[in-house]
Design a binder for this molecule. Structure first.
Ligand SMILES: Nc1ncnc2c1ncn2[C@@H]1O[C@H](COP(=O)(O)O)[C@@H](OP(=O)(O)O)[C@H]1O
Ligand SMILES: [Mg+2]
Ligand SMILES: [Mg+2]
Ligand SMILES: [Mg+2]
Length: 351
C-alpha cells in the first residue's frame, strides 16, 4: 500500500497527541484557554498538539522540504504575558513525549515555538504538504464533548492519507445506548489512505476493522449529522433539506470532524454543513475527514455536487456548503439541496 510509512507515523503522532489532549481536558485550567484575534478559542492542547505532531513528523520522516499547513501559529505565545502558557505547553509536550519511550529528549520552549511555526505553509497543487487541525472542535473540547485531532497528507494537490483521532467518540455507534461493558470503550482512531480503505481502531491501536458508510437507500431510515454550533452551520437550512429528502430522525449535532468518522462507520448516513454568509472553509477542517469517508465508500461534495479541491492553498473555495452521504442517496440529496437553496433565495428576495 502506498504511503505506508507516512500513515503509520501519522497514526503514531495523532495517538500521542490524544494523550496530551485527554490530560488537558481532564484537568482544564482557566489559564489553559486563550481567545484568538478572530475571537475563536485556543488552548494549550491545540498548541501542544501542533508542536508534538510537527516534531514527530519531522523526526520520523526526515525531508528537506517539510511542509505543514496547520491552523495555529506561535504569534500570541511570543508575547510577554504568555510566558506561563508557553512553559505549560512545553511541559505538556515533553511529558507526552516521555510516555512514548522512543524519544529520549526534551524540547526547549524555542523548539516548541519553531515546531508550531512550521505549520505556516500555504500548501498548494504541487509537492507534499501535511495538513493539520491540532484540535478540531475546540469549542467541543472546552465543553468536554467531541473533538478530533485531524492530520492529512496532500500529494500533488490530492488528499492521499488521513488520520482522525477522536478521544471522546465511543466505540459503539454514537447515539446508541450502551449495551454491555465491552462496547463502552471510548476513543477512536480512524485512518485511511488512497485506495487502501478506511480503518477504525481504538486509540490504543487495538482491534483495527475496515469501516464502510451506511448503505441506507431510503431517506426515511437515514439520520443526519450537523455542527453542534449553530454559528458554524445554518441549522434551519439543514432541517428544510432533511424534510425535503424525507428524513424523519432529528439531527445528530456533534462538534468536529468526528462527524466524518461516525459517518464513515455508518452511525448516520448524511452530514450537512452550510456555513453562514461570508465564511471561508479551511482545508484542515475537512482534509482528514474527507478521505476517511471517501475510502469508506462515501461521497463528499459541495452544494453543487463538485468534489472538494484541497489544492488551492489554506482555504476551500466551494459553493455554499458541504454535503456528505453514500453513492445511492447523493443524487436525492443534491436535489433536496438545490430546492431548499432556491426556496431560501426566493424568500430572501421577497423580504
Ligand atoms: N462561522 C463558522 N462557520 C463554519 N465553521 C466555522 C465557523 N467558525 C469556526 N468554524 C470552524 O468550525 C470548526 C469546528 O467544526 P464543527 O462546527 O463541525 O465542530 C472549527 O474548527 P476549530 O475548532 O479547529 O477552530 C472552526 O474552524
Ligand atoms: Mg480554531
Ligand atoms: Mg477545525
Ligand atoms: Mg482547530
Amino acid at each position: 500500500m502506498a504511503y505506508e510509512r507516512e500513515l503509520s507515523v501519522a497514526k503514531k503522532a495523532a495517538s500521542l497527541a490524544s494523550r496530551l489532549c485527554q490530560k488537558v481536558q481532564k484537568a482544564l485550567l482557566q489559564s489553559d484557554v486563550q481567545s484568538k484575534s478572530d475571537k475563536s478559542p485556543v488552548t494549550v492542547a491545540d498548541y501542544g498538539t501542533q508542536a508534538l505532531i510537527s516534531f514527530v513528523l519531522q523526526r520520523e520522516i526526515p525531508s528537506d522540504s517539510f511542509s505543514l499547513v496547520a491552523e495555529e501559529d506561535s504569534g500570541d505565545l511570543r508575547k510577554e504575558d504568555s510566558k506561563e502558557i508557553l512553559k505549560r505547553i512545553t511541559e505538556l509536550v515533553n511529558a507526552t513525549l516521555s510516555t512514548d519511550g522512543t524519544y529520549n529528549l526534551s524540547l526547549s520552549e524555542d523548539d516548541v515555538l519553531a515546531a508550531i511555526d512550521s505549520g505556516k505553509s500555504k500548501g498548494g497543487p504541487h509537492g507534499r504538504h501535511w495538513v493539520l487541525d491540532p484540535i478540531d472542535g475546540t469549542k467541543g473540547f472546552l465543553r468536554g464533548d467531541q473533538y478530533a485531532i485531524a492530520l492529512a497528507l496532500l500529494d500533488e494537490g490530492k488528499v492521499v492519507l488521513g488520520v482522525l483521532a477522536c478521544p471522546n467518540l465511543p466505540s459503539r455507534p454514537i447515539g446508541e445506548p450502551e449495551k454491555h461493558s465491552l462496547q463502552n470503550s471510548v476513543g477512536c482512531l480512524f485512518s485511511a489512505s488512497i485506495g487502501g480503505g478506511s480503518v477504525l481502531q481504538l486509540l490504543d491501536g487495538s482491534s483495527p476493522t475496515k469501516v464502510h458508510v451506511s448503505t441506507t437507500e431510503n431517506p426515511a431510515e437515514a439520520s443526519f449529522f450537523e455542527s453542534y454550533e449553530a454559528a458554524h452551520s445554518m441549522h434551519g437550512l439543514s432541517s428544510s433539506i432533511a424534510k425535503k429528502l424525507g428524513v424523519q430522525a432529528p439531527p445528530v449535532r456533534i462538534d468536529s470532524q468526528a462527524k466524518y468518522g461516525a459517518l464513515a462507520r455508518g452511525d448516520g448516513a448524511i452530514y450537512l454543513r452550510f456555513p453562514h454568509q461570508g465564511y471561508r472553509e479551511k482545508i484542515w477542517d475537512h482534509a482528514a475527514g474527507y478521505i476517511v469517508v471517501a475510502e469508506a465508500g462515501g461521497v463528499v461534495s459541495d452544494a453543487s455536487g463538485n468534489p472538494l479541491d484541497f489544492s488551492r492553498g489554506r482555504y476551500l473555495d466551494l459553493d455554499t456548503g458541504i454535503i456528505v452521504t453514500n453513492q445511492k442517496l447523493m443524487p436525492l440529496l443534491l436535489n433536496a439541496v438545490r430546492e431548499a437553496l432556491k426556496e431560501q433565495s426566493q424568500s430572501a428576495s421577497t423580504l
